[in-house]
Design a protein around this ligand. Structure first.
Ligand code: ATP
Ligand code: MN
Length: 462
């Protein structure tokens, strides 16, 4: 007999079917002469109720062993459930206990645990309802993302994790080295990286964008979806040291097309998750944030707001809210400003465009005013910035001038400039933090709880 997944049984199982299931015990209720065991195999939020009667071979021994967390295989017959809350249940005819879980020491007992505590047991926390639901939704988001781009003919490009370019000048880099830290070779000018593995300093990537640009100028439309690293020592609920980023890049595409794609994309992903994970989403809506389903429907059905940075500053200056950080034209928007705009003012995602050139990356296309660039950030309620993107500077002379103005090493960017020398085209793209998306989708407060194994300052276990 083939083993069936519980999600399949809950949906398709019929009374009198003979089935085998495998999973882990969530709860045990002993009655006189029989017991109810709820078994979960991770395929869905709900488990299947197994009924074991005392005439089951080795009944007493099996029931003694089947505590919360124990692993079990049960063979039996599906029957229509008498109880409320489930359509069918499994009447056990035989059971194998694979592994026990001592109730004296197993940390996941019935009570609700804090997410902080669960982070200290990262090897077990996905067995809880909430984290289980998060990781299923995370999987659905990833599937939707690939489907969206593949349906539109975008090529998935695997960009490198190790890179020698710090072109974005973001700081926040992790160095990758094989030098012996106890005796680092020195030259009069500093560390002698010529003796290092790559013959020069190397880092973990902070973005796949530059490589995405290279490949967009061959394949027209590409996207990256991979791990990204930032050594930011900011202990926030929105920053991880290791996160996943999605970066589409489109040739022959200006900022309008970029915004259009980003909005269509977000709607697509939300729709897919609502359709494929209704139980998990209902769970978040009940237990985590009572607005997640409404928010998702709002994303799917509303048109995103669109304002320029200059208009955003105007709105912020006019507001009666007092902000911690100053608001003035020329200063970057802080998270509190971003949230005010999307959460309080627009009550939906809002796309802010045309930021001052000074605090945006060198590669963003300069507007005719000479002051602002064709940048776009999508700000989401509760999250702040979820997407950052731009039309890229495709004019060689303008790009060279901007690199010079910033005292950036033009010689290291020779290949990036080459792309403007040979077959340059208007092109655009954006970066979406995958975990911010999952946070937004699920209503989870802390970004550390939407990635199975979070990396943040002082924490890289499991
Ligand atoms: P923030 O101002 O929130 O730090 P950023 O300006 O550094 O964001 P970008 O460099 O534009 O972000 O990166 C693109 C996207 O990656 C962001 O819109 C965000 O969704 C996500 N992101 C950036 N840093 C992190 C991080 N440390 N952890 C998780 N996601 C991140
Ligand atoms: Mn940042």
């Amino acid at each position: 007999m083939t083993t069936r997944r519980i999600q399949d049984l809950l949906k398709n199982g019929q009374p009198e079917e003979a089935v085998t299931l495998q999973g882990w015990v969530r709860t045990k209720r002993e009655q006189k002469g029989f017991s109810f065991i709820e078994v979960n195999d991770g395929s869905s939020l709900a488990g299947l109720q197994v009924v074991m009667h005392q005439d089951l071979p080795d009944y007493a021994d099996i029931i003694r062993k089947l505590n919360t967390g124990a692993s079990v295989e049960v063979t039996g017959t599906l029957v229509a459930s008498q109880g409320k809350g489930q359509r069918i249940e499994l009447k056990a005819e035989s059971a194998i206990v694979y592994g026990e879980a001592d109730p004296e020491t197993y940390p996941l007992q019935k009570k609700r645990h804090s997410f902080e505590f669960l982070r200290t047991i990262g090897h077990l926390r996905s067995r809880t309802n909430t984290l289980g639901a998060v990781f299923r939704v995370r999987n659905a988001c990833a599937t939707a993302i690939h489907n969206f781009f593949q349906e539109r003919g975008f090529l998935w490009i695997h960009t490198p994790i190790i890179t020698a370019s710090d072109a974005e000048g973001a700081g926040e880099l992790f160095t990758v080295t094989t030098l012996d830290l106890k005796k680092v070779p020195q030259t009069p000018a500093g560390i002698d990286f010529s003796q290092d593995f790559f013959g020069k300093p190397a880092y973990l990537t902070v973005s796949g964008q530059l490589e995405a640009e290279i490949t967009a100028l061959t394949f027209t439309n590409v996207y990256t979806f991979g791990p990204t690293f930032r050594a930011e020592n900011s202990n926030t609920s929105r920053h991880l040291a290791e996160f996943w980023m999605i970066e589409p890049e489109m040739a022959f595409c200006a900022l309008d097309g970029n915004m259009e794609l980003a909005e269509t994309f977000l709607k697509y992903v939300f729709k897919h998750v609502l359709e494929t994970c209704p139980d998990d989403m209902a769970f978040f809506n009940q237990w985590v944030d009572q607005s997640v389903i409404q928010t998702a429907e709002n994303i799917i059905n509303s048109e995103f707001g669109r304002i320029t940075y200059t208009e955003a500053i105007d709105l912020l200056e006019k507001s009666d809210r007092t902000f911690e950080y100053p608001v003035a034209w020329g200063l970057d928007l802080q998270s509190e400003h971003e949230r005010y705009l999307s959460e309080d003012l627009f009550k939906k995602p809002v796309i802010v465009t045309d930021y001052p050139a000074e605090f945006k990356a060198f590669y963003m296309r300069l507007n005719d005013d000479g002051k602002t660039v064709r940048a776009m950030d999508i700000l989401a309620p509760k999250i702040g910035e979820i997407v950052g993107g731009s039309q890229r500077e495709e004019r060689l002379d303008v790009l060279e001038r901007r690199i010079q103005e910033r005292n950036m090493p033009a010689e290291e960017l020779w290949w990036y400039l080459d792309l403007r020398r040979y077959g340059t085209v208007p092109h655009s793209g954006f970066g979406l933090g995958f975990e911010r998306l999952v946070q937004f989708m699920t209503g989870m407060q802390n970004i550390r709880d939407v990635i199975p194994f979070p990396r943040f300052p002082q924490s890289a276990d499991f």
